[in-house]
Design a protein around this ligand. Structure first.
Ligand code: MRU
Length: 344
């Protein structure tokens, strides 16, 4: 099989058409390939909230395109009005806030008559930067791995979550290309099943040997098989290097520490939030409990059941072996080292 990145594939997961944004509807993967067309910023915000598109860097890229759509009439007030609508779409992924701050600054930096053109160019550039960050992180990250590693990952931090080859999955893909990765164990990632539906799909499409496990198999696997590294992405990294990522990541980090397994976080600088001092201050998205008590519309819990649905958790930086950014590797993971690397 020819080895290729998802963004080189005929199925484009996000495509900017100048007057609209076409996104692959990730809710349907891998069962069907459907697309959603967004012509307004409000439609981009809804697609983001509804999980048509997801993954912190892709959420940021889509928001940048949403701002470009809002600028189509060359009116600054349209862009200013769209910004809070997009900002409310998902609370945890700070890439969203980063993209909106950037696009608002671009909007205000020139004459109104050129607004549409400038915003479209800035959104395309924002996307291309993320693509480049993915490639840089993949190389830096793969260099940290031993030859023939068995690795575990969580959620989907792959091509579907970014503009390029992914963050954690990008490192895994590069590791596989260079003989560092032998086998991948993606956790299924309840309740949204991003690991089972999306990461496994990406890995199988790329021909990377992978075996799916349920979330509660991770400890057993670490104890009984040789797991050489856990590699995950992030939605927000606080100033002290605490890492927020998909619910279940914290548990994996504790397990990795107990079993002496390195725990790597791969995330671009756009995921770092120096304005949030530590992880406990990161807003944790709580989603509908329907997503917990039902699977694909079928009830799995008794009628009237109470449930929690926390979308994310925070891993204290002391449990993180290294944070791989496009600017360099932060190790040990702490605030001082994070700032040093970001200033590179
Ligand atoms: O709720 P999701 O699917 O948007 O959550 C995604 C994750 O938690 C990813 O690990 C994170 O965004 C990093 S994606 C490169």
């Amino acid at each position: 099989m020819k080895k290729r990145a998802l963004h080189e594939d005929p199925i484009k997961h996000i495509a900017w058409k100048g007057d609209r944004l076409v996104v692959l509807d990730q809710r349907w993967l891998p069962r069907s390939v459907k697309f959603v067309t967004c012509k307004t910023a409000t439609q981009v915000a809804k697609a983001t909230t509804d999980m048509v598109l997801r993954g912190a860097p892709l959420i940021g890229c889509a928001a940048a395109y949403g701002m470009a759509l809002a600028a189509r009439r060359n009116k600054l007030k349209d862009v200013v009005a769209a910004e809070p609508v997009l900002r409310r779409a998902r609370p945890t992924a700070v890439n969203l806030m980063h993209a909106l701050d950037h696009m608002l600054a671009v909007a205000k930096s020139g004459p109104e008559k050129t607004l549409s053109r400038r915003m479209a160019a800035a959104a395309v550039q924002y996307f291309e930067h993320d693509l480049g960050y993915n490639a840089a992180m993949a190389k830096l990250g793969a260099a940290l791995l031993k030859k023939n590693s068995n690795v575990m990952t969580h959620c989907n931090a792959g091509a579907l979550a970014t503009a390029g080859i992914g963050t954690a999955v990008g490192m895994i893909r590069q590791g596989w290309l260079t003989g560092k990765v032998k086998h991948v164990y993606p956790c299924e990632t309840r309740p949204y099943l991003q690991g089972a539906r999306l990461t496994l799909w990406e890995l199988m499409e790329a021909g990377i040997p992978a075996t799916l496990i349920t979330d509660n198999m991770a400890a057993h696997l670490m104890k009984t098989r040789k797991i050489d590294a856990v590699i995950v992405g992030s939605d927000r990294i606080a100033a002290n290097a605490d890492v927020c990522n998909k619910i279940g990541t914290y548990g994996l980090a504790i397990l990795a520490k107990h079993h002496g397994i390195p725990f790597y976080v791969v995330a671009p600088s756009t995921t770092v939030d120096l304005g949030t001092a530590h992880g406990d201050r990161i807003p944790i998205e709580e989603r509908s409990i329907q997503e917990v008590v039902e699977i694909f519309g079928s009830k799995i819990a008794p009628k009237g059941a109470k449930a929690h649905h926390f979308g994310f958790d925070v891993t204290p930086h002391a449990l993180v072996t290294a944070i791989v950014t496009e600017k360099g590797v932060v190790s040990p993971a702490n605030g001082a080292n994070l700032r040093k690397v970001l200033n590179n």
